[in-house]
Design a protein around this ligand. Structure first.
Ligand code: AMP
Length: 224
């Protein structure tokens, strides 16, 4: 089987994590979500976490050199040998170039950049209502996907929290940062013929079906 080296692209709240979770299950790939890695580093109080925290709390990106090293190292491991799903990376042109260089060095190539599109108003609605289980990271939405009892995770009964950077003012800033620094990557991957677009305002199951069909086509083309 050929490698599946995938990037999830799109604004915060587009559903990248939800879709990535499904792809990881479908294809048994390792999942590298830089936001999760950084939040874990903040919780652990590691040097990476201490350096990242102030940027994250403001809704700004952490410096490229801080995060690029984390991802580049992970791609050169046996667990990522058959493929990977990157979520939240790359987020700047500099990161995309570093990723290209590393992939080249490893003699591999990216399969596709999967862009999940939703408009800004929908992002604000989704993120301000988003709640996350403090223990297992499971996601809920106060209106669209509420837990059975308010404020408590269905799966393990832990308290649900709002991420500090999901508060409305920070969400607006994260969107500005996305448009300024990450959106140029849409063109970057489009020019390289790697971009595939998906309508993130559709139901998660529909988006997933569309992504799977697209990947199946890509693999067929590869075999021709
Ligand atoms: P996320 O969970 O992907 O929304 O990421 C949460 C926060 O982590 C972002 O707002 C950034 O501060 C930081 N972050 C995550 N990934 C990156 C990245 N690739 N480059 C810079 N900062 C990042």
């Amino acid at each position: 089987m050929s490698e599946l080296n995938l990037i999830m692209l799109g604004p915060p709240g587009a559903g990248k994590g939800t879709q990535a979770e499904r792809l990881v299950e479908d294809f048994e790939l390792p999942y590298y979500a830089t936001g999760d890695i950084l939040r874990a580093a903040v919780r652990d109080g590691s040097e990476l976490g201490r350096e990242a925290k102030e940027h994250m709390d403001r809704g700004d990106l952490v410096p490229d050199e801080l995060i690029t090293k984390v991802i580049v190292e992970r791609l050169d491991t046996p667990e990522a040998a058959d493929g990977f799903v990157l979520d939240g990376f790359p987020r700047t042109r500099g990161q995309a170039q570093s990723l290209d260089e590393q992939i080249d060095r490893l003699g591999r190539r990216l399969t596709a950049a999967l862009l999940i599109e939703v408009d800004d108003d929908e992002v604000v609605r989704r993120l301000s209502g988003r709640r996350v289980c403090a223990a297992n990271g499971h996601l809920y939405h106060v209106d669209h996907d509420p837990p059975k009892s308010e404020g408590v995770c269905d799966e393990d009964g832990s308290a649900l929290e709002q991420r500090d950077d999901d508060r409305p003012e920070t969400v607006k800033h994260r969107l500005e940062v996305y448009h300024e620094q990450t959106q140029p990557l849409v063109e970057f991957y489009d020019e390289r013929g790697m971009l595939r677009r998906f309508n993130g305002s559709r139901k998660p199951g529909e988006v997933h079906d569309h992504i799977k069909a697209t990947l199946a086509t890509l693999r067929l083309e590869e075999e021709l």
